[in-house]
Write a protein that binds this ligand. Structure first.
Ligand code: GLN
Length: 455
């Protein structure tokens, strides 16, 4: 049914970069056989899963939205993909994304944009716009994404779906094509909080292939979601509202839905506390030094030799010539911009002033969160300052796009979990609005419990 749905609507939505119905159906039959043989596969066995193209898979190409990896086939599955297969989930296709996950609209994909199922003239958010749109358009019930600065949560908000960024290290990144290693986190997307939690439980846990993977006994997120269904569970919950996340440019309809949700929380017996986080205003600036620095290092491996695209300059040439021609043709403009920014920030003489200062700001933001979580159990904010914007507005000034992440970036800088869930639509455009919840590191279950009650 989902393959039929993809065939019917994906020409308009373009959520997928690759599908292979033969491979998906064969995987589904194999799961039926495992089940018939008496294997206990858990609640998600046989359920189709859309997989962001940043995650490598053996059965379909993995491009990370870039021409430099066009047609690339991984010899191994990302750990989260392997875990999903072991639980009987079926890979139904690889989803579109901004090139190397750099962007907030999926318009930086080398393979063309994804269209928001709510309004085809709007972006689905990014970088994981493909995963969010696939779930929103009923092309897949579940999807995997990656969140370095908001790429699971913001597309969830803009498409009326649920998305979670787990605690940093909570879900393996082995086989997730690296963007910025100190920020990257893989996580689940779905249409309901419980579905998101069920997928979270399948992919979470320690992985010896990922050096930053946490060895922690995670409680069941699904149990927390089921537990939270009763709104009475909100009674006594201390909810922080950060002054600095009430951004000046916030859309009126987004603010209205958020304020209404805060009022509902109070009515259900939650205690709403205003939080001062003085360093949040520097989060975007710090992020756009740390991310490009780490990305410039991670992307150095696309050297035309080991894998991916290889472009020979006219008349042959030196190794540098081949590398430069390959990168010139293979990387898009946003990727080039960030590589240049990153290598500059890391260069001798500038390292302390830029990368060093950004790391210090990061520590101050972590302290702001620590002080806040002395007073509250969760922090709530709008996930994004606006609803989905028009496709093709390609901004002359990339700073505009960067500022759109101001609400989601702090959680990545601090390594804490965040979750976005739908809280209705904005009155001026009828487009979905997301609520973001954040909790201290390791407290992902707290998010699912609260989100379930709010949902
Ligand atoms: N929009 C952010 C960026 O462009 C988020 C990216 C992400 O989370 N992968 O960096």
């Amino acid at each position: 049914a989902h393959l039929d749905r993809i065939a019917a609507v994906d020409g308009d939505i373009h959520a997928f970069l690759a599908t292979d119905s033969e491979a998906s159906l064969a995987a589904a039959r194999a799961v039926d056989e495992r089940r018939a043989a008496g294997e206990d596969l858990g609640e998600l066995a046989g359920v189709p899963l859309a997989i962001k193209d940043v995650l490598v898979t053996t059965d379909m190409p993995s491009t990370s939205g870039s021409k430099i990896l066009e047609g690339y086939r991984s010899p191994f599955d990302a750990t989260v993909v392997a875990k999903a297969r072991a639980a009987g989930l079926i890979n139904i296709g690889k989803t579109n994304m901004d090139e190397f996950a750099m962007g907030s609209a999926t318009e930086n994909s080398a393979y063309g944009p994804t269209f928001n199922p709510w309004a085809l003239d709007r972006v689905p958010g990014g970088s994981g716009g493909g995963s969010a749109a696939a779930v929103s358009a009923f092309e897949a019930p579940l999807a995997l994404g990656s969140d370095t600065g908001g790429s699971i949560r913001q597309p969830a908000a803009l498409t009326g779906t649920v998305g979670a960024k787990p605690t940093y290290g909570g879900v393996s990144r082995y086989g997730a094509i690296a963007l910025a290693s100190s920020l990257d986190q893989v996580g689940p997307c779905a249409r309901t909080v419980l579905d998101t939690a069920l997928l979270h439980d399948v992919v979470a846990g320690h992985d010896r292939h990922d050096a930053t993977s946490l060895n922690h006994a995670w409680p069941s997120m699904a149990a927390a979601a089921r537990d939270g269904v009763d709104p009475a569970s909100l009674k006594g919950l201390r909810v922080g509202v950060v002054k600095q996340l009430a951004l000046p440019g916030m859309q009126a309809g987004v603010k209205a839905r958020f304020d209404e949700t805060v009022a509902l929380l109070t009515a259900q017996g939650a205690e709403v506390v205003e939080i001062d986080a003085p360093h949040f205003e520097y989060a975007v600036a710090a992020y756009y030094l740390i991310l490009p620095s780490e990305a410039s290092s991670n992307l150095a491996k696309y050297d035309s030799v080991r894998f991916g695209l290889r472009v020979e300059p006219e008349g042959g040439g030196t190794i540098e010539g081949v590398m430069s021609a390959t990168r010139g043709a293979g990387f898009g403009p946003e990727v080039k911009r960030r590589i240049i920014l990153g290598t500059y920030a890391l260069s001798a003489g500038y390292y302390d002033a830029y990368y060093g200062s950004a790391q210090k700001v990061r520590t101050l933001i972590q302290r702001d969160f620590a002080a806040a979580f002395d007073k509250v159990d969760v922090i709530a904010s709008p996930t994004a300052p606006t609803t989905a914007w028009n496709i093709g507005h390609v901004n002359e000034d990339p700073m505009q796009d960067y500022l759109n992440d101001a609400t989601t970036i702090p959680a990545n800088l601090a390594g804490i979990p965040g979750l976005s869930l739908p809280i209705g639509t904005a009155s001026e455009d009828g487009l979905p609005v997301g609520l973001q919840l954040m909790a201290p590191a390791f407290e992902d279950a707290r998010l699912y419990r609260a989100a379930s009650a709010i949902e």
